[in-house]
Design a protein around this ligand. Sequence first.
Ligand SMILES: [Zn+2]
Length: 249
Amino acid sequence: MRYPVNYINITNPFKKAVHYGIDLGWGNECGKNQPIYAIDDGVVIYKSIQTTGGKVLHIKHANGFVSEYAHLDTWDVNKGDRVSKGQRIGTMGCTGTNARGNHCHLGLYKGISINYKDLSKFVNPIDYLTRTSEQVVTDKTEANYFIKYHKEEPKVEWTIGNYELLVSKAIRTSHELIDNIVKVGACMSSVKPNLTSANSNDDAFYKIGTIVDITEIYVDETSRVWGKLQNCWIVLCNKDGTPQAKKVL
Ligand SMILES: [Zn+2]
């Protein structure tokens, strides 16, 4: 089973008798309304608006678990739909009584359906989920939680061409040159997450999923991989090896 987001930022862990799931928040780099994906193949067995959970989906899986996704902003599937692992099922939101801002509450329940009167069957999703190479983990989450990594993934070759962004990116056409390379961050996306084209400040914002044309590759001294996008450089892969973009074939 995989994580339901491509930007793994755990803001509230599983704790028995307190919190029966994990909260996956926006983080600074992922932008608003990031997609939520099914953690495994399954069937949507529940689609309802709850007072606390807001828009909630339950997916029943063949391995004896049901996954629960709460506080969704939008949902892309209906009760009875068959979904495959990694299929987009909705977007992150803050529906329901929820003081913690936009996040996805993910519950994992051992059983054929979730019985909210028997919370003891909720397990800690972290123990069962695996991160893939296209999923980014925030430093804080990496430091505080053990995120399993699917190591069989093939090593990525970084070559020029089209890439799909796994996190949203802000690029600027006016910025300083460091070591002859323009280094720009990706942290402004939460400010203007929905813009996809240049604005009057010469900034351009790209949402998750945007396809960009990378015309040059540069690997810096820390092994971070940069790609040239128009007149700017964006990070394609962090120095720890976690990609921020995926080659489109
Ligand atoms: Zn929660």
